[in-house]
Design a protein around this ligand. Sequence first.
Ligand SMILES: Cc1ncc(COP(=O)(O)O)c(C=O)c1O
Length: 476
Amino acid sequence: MPLPQKGRPKEEIFAELERFKARDLDWKAGRVWAYVYNPGDEVREVVHRAYTMFLAENALDPTVFPSLLRLETEVVRTVADLLRGDEDVVGHITTGGTESNLLAVKTARDWARTHRPEVAQPEMVLPITAHGSFHKAAHYLGVRPVVVEVNPHTFQVEPETMRAAVTPNTILLVASAPNWSQGVIDPIPGIAEIAREKGLLFHVDACVGGFYLSFLRRMGYPVPDFDFAVPGVTSISADLHKYGYAAKGASTVLYRNREIRRYQLFACAETTAYTLVNTTVLSSKSGGPMAGAWAVLNYLGEEGFCHIVRTVHEATRRLIQGIHEIPELRVLGEPAMCLFSFTSDQINVFQLADAMARRGWYIQAQPSTPVTPRSLHISVNYGNAHQVDALLADLREAVEEVKRATPIDTENVRAMVAWALGSPDPQEAFRQLMGTVGIEGGELPEELALINEILDLLPDPLADALLIDYFNNLYV
Ligand SMILES: Cc1ncc(COP(=O)(O)O)c(C=O)c1O
C-alpha cells in the first residue's frame, strides 16, 4: 500500500478512522470486561486534554522539558504516599505494567551483579499466578523463572512453597496484589519475611491493585498489607492506566530507596551522538501519558477515587452474588477487589464466552493449569459497573443456550491433539489442524471455543509456538 500521492482531507481521514472501529466491541457502553478502564466522559475529557497538551514534549531530556520532570515527580510522590512509602521511596512512570515489571527484574538482576557476584545464573521465584510479563522479563534478561504452585482452593501462593524454591542463585521473589486470573492477593508479609531472612529483593506486582486497594483501605475496608508498610518489600509496580483511570501508556515502578533504583537506570556516553541517559526502557517518550496521569489524579482527588471505588466495589459484589446464584457457575477463590473468574463443572466455559460474545459482551477466557480450571475472567470498572444486571441477564440466558448446544467433543479434540503431537513435525501438524478449525494467518476467527479447547489441551511450549506462528502471519 503506497503512501497516497496527495494528502487526503481531514474529514475523510477522521471518517475512515471511525469506520476502522466498526468491528471493535463497544467499551463505551460498558460491554467489555477487560482492557479498558473508563472513568466516564467528563473525566476522560480532562485526561484527553492534558494528554494532547503534552503529546509532543519529549521526556528523553528533563533539562529541555522540566515540566515533565515535575509531572513525573509529583505522580511518583502521590503513588508512594498511597502505597505508604516514606520519603526514601523513589520511582518512575513507565509505559505500562509490563515495562514496570520488566524494569523491576532488570534492577534485581543488576543489583545482584554488584552485590551477589557469585551468582552466575540468576533465578526469580514466582507463583504460577504471576503475570506473563515476568516470564517475558526472564526471557529478555536471562533470568531463570522458578515457577511455584499455588493453593488450589485459595489460589494464593504459600510462603513456605516460595521458601522451598529459593536456591543460592535466587535474586528476586515476586508476588501479586492481586493476581489477574483470580483477583486474589498473595500473602505479602509472609513472603517479605523470607526475603528479609535471606537477603533477597522482593517485588510486589500491584499493577491492577495498587490504586484500588489503597483507596479501599483508606475507606475502612479490610485490606491485607501488600505495600511499603511491609518491611522486606523492595519494589512495587502500580498501573496508572488501569484503576488509576489514566490514558494508556502509564504505569509506575517504585523502589524502597535510591540505592536499589540506581540499577534501573542506563547511561551511554560511548557514541558520536548526544550522551544518552534513560530512566526507563524507552528513550524518546511522549509527555502525554504523564500529563494524562497527573491530570486524572488531581482532577479526581481522593474523594473522586473513593466514589469510583465504592461504586465499582458494590457492583462487583452484586455481580459475584448473581453468578453464585446461577447453579452451573462458581466463582474461584475469594477475590480481593473487582476482578475475578468463574468456572463451570457442567458446561464448557469457552462456549459460554462465545455465547456472550454473540450478545455483544467481551469476557476473557482463561485456559486451565495444573492448579486452576479453565475459567472466564471479569474485571469491573467504573465504565461497566452500570451493566451488571444486563450482564447477569444475558449470562443466565447464555448458560441455557450452551446447555442446549452441541457440546465440543473433547475426546475427539484430545485425539486430534494426540495425533498432531505424534506426527514427525508437530508444529506443522497443528498449523493444519488450526486451519481446519478456521484459524489461519491474516484472518481473525469469529468463534473461539474450539480454538481455546485445542490450545488448552496443548503442552504450554507448543501452544506458545503456535500462537507466535499465528500472530506472525496475522500482522504484516
Ligand atoms: C497483575 C498484572 N501485572 C501486570 C500486567 C501487565 O500490564 P500491561 O498490560 O499494562 O503491560 C497485568 C495486565 O493485565 C496484570 O494483570
